[in-house]
Each structure stands twice: as structure tokens, then as C-alpha cells.
Design a protein around this ligand. Structure first.
Ligand code: NAP
Length: 475
């Protein structure tokens, strides 16, 4: 059992002022794996005061000093690799291989990238008639979701440290333990007291408190659109800047010269990796009418190669969903889909032989209309839809016929068509033929997928204000 009933405030693990606890459930066993404190407004207030007090010195720290802190965090993160992998598997249900190959390196990648970006970053620019200064935005509140326990908090914390902005982190209460390990790593990296604070607790108390706190200058949120809307409304009261990384319903455009086997594997991996609980997952497959039948056959043939099961068991590709609520939501969408379209493979209920744990069947629907509920709403589970298109213009129109714009994927061979489709999709990140992730590539959404960008130098800019100084003395 992992218990951490303290918050990390002003450089110390500090008793909560409240007595309520939140139980954290292992989604594979449905058992309590640990407890955290349900923080209070008083706890948050202490953290904000600590961050405010840290601000003057932290915001004036040198680039070299910030790089040194980030390097120590990288070393600490690497030293705790095994523990981080195990914790993410237990709290999220990600197979050990996914924790090791996806979650662990993503968290690490942002800290390393921040060092690279910071090395080349200029906080002062001469622009003819004025000097531009980029200065810390102030105290920043970070609110993160459960689906990538270290990825989102790492990009936010790394960028904030690079910018000299003190933070208060509220991780998701379903997956707090990886965040607690990261806090321990930061503690050892020797940041000034108050520069990094972690307050555990519910979204309704700590998340809400961060959004409305008059002494917090900026809120960086990753999570659902509904909560994003609430945060914007709360933040409006104190006119603070808000960055939102929200949901998606991203298209996978399969061009008519694509290798159909590769296209089927790409589509499958989007709903099996992390059990489809990925904001940027490609869950709307757009396929030429002429390829539909062969594509469907390949999906049905290859899907058993991505087995669902105990995330600690070797060879398992797809673990459980994170919680019972999430399982219920996914089931209700599958049931809707059964009325709206044709079930190709998968379906409602638990996979055979897995009565315990929040397991769902990887599911593809076909003959799906782009305006149906399962084609328009984010399901956040292992469910994908196959939609046909007549020509490339029709594919682009369907790809963009969504309120979201987080990501898009293109599979094919002709470089002219690939570039044309990549530049025509209205989304913040496009991946052509499964290209590798570049941690310096900005991440964020068009339309209702969010406001702002994270990762690399764009991520650092979020934690900065710009000041124009006219008549700055030159010596
Ligand atoms: P969520 O319910 O919106 O929760 C996200 C975070 O917000 C959690 O820490 C939650 O706390 C907190 N929260 C809840 N209510 C709040 C409130 N009223 N005020 C302030 N904070 C509040 O989202 P989720 O279910 O964890 O994550 C899934 C969603 O995140 C999906 O829509 C997904 O697409 C999106 N997402 C987007 C990105 C991206 O980069 N664009 C990345 C990953 C996920 P509790 O944990 O205590 O509820």
C-alpha cells in the first residue's frame, strides 16, 4: 500500500490541514492501492504564499542555474525509472511495456527538452525601437489529468522552471503516485523552497481553488472540455491567463496509395495503446470507398495481436480502463454505436476471462456516418470508427468536420498528397506515416481542443510575460 497523506509545500512534506483522504484504486484489481490527502483551501493557500515568496528570487535566477536544476531532475528521474514504471502500471493500468516505452520516456523527454530549449532561449531581444524582455509570468497553477501520469506534469513543470515561474501542481486524484515521485525528485534537485509545490486533492476543491485564487497569475490545465470551460469562467474573475489542453476526435486519413496492412495496424494502435485513453488518439479512420473491405478484413485479422489483459503480464498490449466510471462511459458509447452503425469487431461488455478489472473490448464500428455521436464525441477508450470518403477533398472536409482540432494522421505514399492533406487538416499536430515524436514540436489544439501550446520553446513562452522597454540604456 502506498500512502502519502502530506502535501509538498515550501520545500517540505507538510501535514494536510484536513483529515479527509482519497483512495486510489488499481484498475486491474479494483483494489485500493493507496491513499492521499484530500487537500483543503487552506493547504492551497499555504502553497500559494510559498510560491509568491519564492517568486522574486526564482524569477531572477540565471539560465545556467535553471539548467542545473533541470539536469538534477533528469538524473533523479532516471534513477527512479523502475519505480515510476511500476507505479504508472498500478495506478493507471498501463501494461508494463507501455509504462516503460511510452509513459516513462515522455516524462523524461520534456525535462531533457527544456534543457535544450533553454540553452538557445533568449530572454532579451533588441527590436529596433525597443528592447523586448521576456519575464516570468508569476505564480502558475498546474492541473493535470490521469491518462499520462508524468507526461503532462513534466511538460508543465519543465517549462515553468525554464521560465523561472513558481508552481503549484494538482495532479489527477486517480493517478497521484507518479506525481508524488516526481515531487520527491524535484525536492532532491535543490530548487529554492516554494518554487515547486504539490497539493493533492479533488478537482472541486483544489482545482477550483487554483482557478479562482487571486494570487495565482496563470493556470495551465490539461483535461476535459467541460472542466476547461469551468476553469475559464473561474479564472475570468481575476483576469488570469489560462492555457487549456483539451480533448480530441482526431482523424486518420488513409490515402488510396497506402499500404493497407500498415494503415490497419496504425488504426489499431491508436485505440489499444493506453487503452485508447489518449487525447490525440486517431479514432476516426477515413478510408477510400475502394479500400474499405480489405481494410476491415485486416483490422479483424490483426486485432487479436494486441491482447487485452493484466497489465503486469508479459505480452499484454492493452490494459484496463482507468476506473469504473470510465468503463461505464465507454460501454454507453459502444451501445450507442450498435444503434448508429455496424459493429465490425469488439462490442459491449468485458472481454472473456477478465471478470475483475475495468477491461473493455477494443472495438471498431464501420459504415459510420461522420455526423453520428460515435464519430463526433470523444469516447476516450478503445473505440474507433471507419468512415469512407470519395476523393481527397471529401476526406479533408470530413477530417475537419468536428469541433475538435488536436491532432491528425495521414498514411500513404505520394509526397504531394501527404503534404497537401497534412497542411489542410485544421489541427495543432499532424503525424505523417507514424513519424517519431519531436519533443520540441509544439503540442496543443485548434478549435475546442484548447488554447495555447506546450512542449519545447513554445511551452516555455506560455510561462512568460513580454515587456517592451523603450529607451533602455545600452550600457
Ligand atoms: P478532467 O475530469 O477534466 O480532470 C482533469 C483534472 O482537472 C484533474 O486533476 C481533475 O481533478 C481536475 N478537475 C476536476 N474538476 C475540476 C474543476 N471544477 N476545476 C478545476 N480542476 C478540476 O479530465 P480527465 O478525465 O482527468 O482527463 C481526460 C480528459 O483530458 C479527456 O477529455 C482528454 O482528451 C483530455 N486530455 C487532453 C490532453 C491534451 O494535451 N490536450 C492530454 C490528456 C488528456 P480530479 O482528478 O480530482 O477529478
Amino acid at each position: 500500500m502506498r500512502n502519502q497523506l502530506k502535501h509538498y509545500i515550501n520545500g517540505e512534506w507538510t501535514e494536510s490541514t484536513g483529515s479527509e483522504v482519497i483512495e486510489v484504486i488499481n484498475p486491474a484489481t479494483e483494489e485500493v492501492m493507496g491513499k492521499i490527502s484530500s487537500g483543503t483551501e487552506e493547504d492551497l493557500d499555504k502553497a500559494v504564499k510559498a510560491a509568491r515568496a519564492a517568486f522574486p528570487a526564482f524569477s531572477r535566477s540565471t539560465k545556467e542555474q535553471r539548467i542545473e536544476w533541470l539536469e538534477k531532475i533528469v538524473q533523479g528521474y532516471e534513477a527512479r525509472k523502475e519505480e515510476l514504471i511500476e507505479v504508472m502500471t498500478d495506478e493507471l493500468g498501463a501494461p508494463l511495456s507501455v509504462s516503460e516505452e511510452v509513459h516513462y520516456p515522455m516524462g523524461l523527454g520534456h525535462f531533457k527538452q527544456a534543457i535544450d530549449s533553454l540553452s538557445d532561449f533568449s530572454f532579451t531581444e533588441e527590436r529596433g525601437g525597443h528592447t523586448l524582455l521576456k519575464e516570468s509570468i508569476g505564480v502558475s497553477g498546474l492541473i493535470t489529468p490521469w491518462n499520462f501520469p508524468t507526461n503532462q506534469l513534466s511538460t508543465k513543470i519543465a517549462s515553468a522552471i525554464a521560465a523561472g515561474s513558481p508552481v503549484i501542481l494538482k495532479p489527477a486524484s486517480k493517478t497521484p503516485f507518479a506525481a508524488i515521485i516526481v515531487a520527491e525528485i524535484i525536492d532532491e534537485a535543490g530548487l529554492p523552497a516554494g518554487a515547486f509545490n504539490l497539493v493533492n486533492g479533488s478537482g472541486s476543491v483544489i482545482g477550483n481553488g487554483i482557478s479562482s485564487h487571486p494570487d495565482i497569475d496563470f493556470v495551465s490545465f490539461t483535461g476535459s472540455g467541460g472542466v476547461g470551460e469551468t476553469i475559464m469562467q473561474k479564472a475570468a474573475e481575476t483576469k488570469k491567463k489560462v492555457a487549456l489542453e483539451l480533448g480530441g476526435k482526431s482523424p486518420v486519413v488513409v490515402l488510396d496509395d497506402a499500404n493497407v496492412e500498415e494503415a490497419a495496424k496504425t488504426a489499431i494502435s491508436h485505440i489499444t495503446k493506453n487503452t485508447g485513453q489518449v487525447c490525440s488518439a486517431g479514432t476516426r479512420v477515413l478510408i477510400p470507398e475502394s479500400m474499405k473491405e480489405e481494410f476491415e478484413q485486416k483490422v479483424v485479422e490483426f486485432l487479436p495481436n494486441y491482447p487485452v489483459g493484466d497489465p503486469r503480464k508479459e505480452g499484454v498490449a492493452t490494459g484496463p480502463l482507468v476506473s469504473e466510471d470510465q468503463w461505464e462511459t465507454v460501454q454507453s458509447y459502444i451501445e450507442k454505436g450498435e444503434n448508429e452503425a455496424k459493429l465490425l469487431v469488439g462490442g459491449a461488455g468485458k472481454p472473456e476471462g477478465l471478470p475483475t478489472g475495468y477491461y473493455a473490448k477494443p472495438t471498431f464500428f464501420t459504415d459510420v456516418s461522420n455526423d453520428s455521436v460515435i464519430a463526433q464525441e470523444e469516447i476516450f477508450g478503445p473505440v474507433s470508427v471507419i468512415i469512407t470518403y470519395s476523393d481527397v477533398e471529401d476526406a479533408i472536409e470530413k477530417a475537419n468536420d468536428t469541433k475538435y482540432g488536436l491532432a491528425g494522421y495521414v498514411v500513404g505514399q505520394d509526397p504531394v498528397q501527404l503534404s497537401y492533406v497534412a497542411s489542410s487538416i485544421r489541427a495543432g499536430r499532424i503525424v505523417v506515416n507514424n513519424a517519431e515524436t519531436d519533443f520540441n514540436g509544439p503540442f496543443g489544439g485548434y478549435k475546442e481542443s484548447g488554447i495555447g501550446r506546450e512542449w519545447g520553446d513554445f511551452g516555455i513562452e506560455e510561462y512568460l510575460e513580454v515587456k517592451s522597454v523603450h529607451g533602455m540604456p545600452t550600457s
